[in-house]
Design a protein around this ligand. Structure first.
Ligand SMILES: O=c1ccn([C@@H]2O[C@H](COP(=O)(O)O)[C@@H](O)[C@H]2O)c(=O)[nH]1
Length: 248
């Protein structure tokens, strides 16, 4: 059975711990662990505190999405994937732009490490939510529109055995329609009404993302920078819950 069917709303919220201060991060973990399904450890906390920090979050009761977006030659990414699986993370990601051989290598290595049991979800990063059509063309030389590029990469991810993709809220409905319910969609670029987009270009509200069919939404600054982070998370959960009811 697809994990989604047994997920309640809180399990769909992933809080991005994009902070450098160790004590603050651990404080947030204890404040928010009953309001979200996973904590995302990305480049900032990982480069500051390393794998031991992932363990600390797990010991405090948090499931971890390791967001290091591996992108390298196949062997290197496969071995990094093995190490991520050993760390016991629930999810990690790789750039689909690394190519089919890299994607197949990491899936195979993680299956070998875990014996196919308690495998972390391996998610492919498509077009970063901070990029619009202009940057995609001018900076990366990609002529497709973001939606077409996301679908192109999602197809490769699926073919190579990944569990799903990271994509912006704008592409959720098209991914869902093309790849069905058994392909996970993890969506950053989430901004509750009235909050600032910052460096994100392809955004939507939590409710819109859930309505479009996201499995997980990833939220950083709207929670981290709120005066009351717990209340901000709970407000997002309420909005997700209402949109989920509408979707039923
Ligand atoms: O395309 C992507 C892939 C990853 N991210 C990550 O998600 C969070 C979003 O944080 P906000 O503060 O809510 O913008 C951040 O950790 C990114 O590294 C993404 O935004 N877009």
């Amino acid at each position: 059975m697809k994990e989604e069917l047994i997920m309640d709303t809180k399990e769909r919220l992933i809080v991005a711990l994009d902070l450098a201060e160790r004590e603050r991060v651990l404080g947030l973990v204890s404040q928010l662990h009953d309001c979200c399904g996973m904590f995302k450890v990305g480049l900032e906390p990982f480069c500051n505190y390393g794998p031991a920090f992932v363990k600390e979050i797990q010991e405090a009761g948090g499931r971890v999405f390791l967001d290091l977006k591996f992108h390298d030659i196949p062997r290197t990414v496969a071995q990094a994937g093995r190490a991520a699986a050993r760390l016991g993370v629930a999810m990690f990601n790789v750039h689909i732009a690394g190519g089919r051989e890299m994607l197949r290598a990491v899936v195979e290595e993680v299956e070998d490490e875990t014996g196919g049991k308690r495998m972390p979800l391996i998610i492919g990063v498509t077009v970063l939510t901070s990029l619009g059509a202009e940057e995609l063309f001018n900076d990366l030389g990609i002529e497709r529109q973001p939606l077409d590029q996301v679908l192109f990469w999602a197809e490769i991810a699926k073919e190579c055995g990944l569990s799903g993709v990271v994509a912006s809220p704008r592409e959720i409905a098209a991914i869902r329609e093309r790849f069905g319910e058994d392909f996970l969609i993890v969506t950053p670029g989430i901004r509750p009404a009235g909050s600032s987009a910052g460096d994100q270009k392809r955004i939507s509200t939590p409710g819109e993302a859930i309505n479009a069919g996201a499995d997980y939404i990833v939220v950083g600054r709207p929670i981290l920078q709120a005066v009351d982070s717990r209340e901000a998370a709970r407000r997002i959960l309420r909005e997700m819950e209402e949109s989920r009811d509408e979707r039923k």
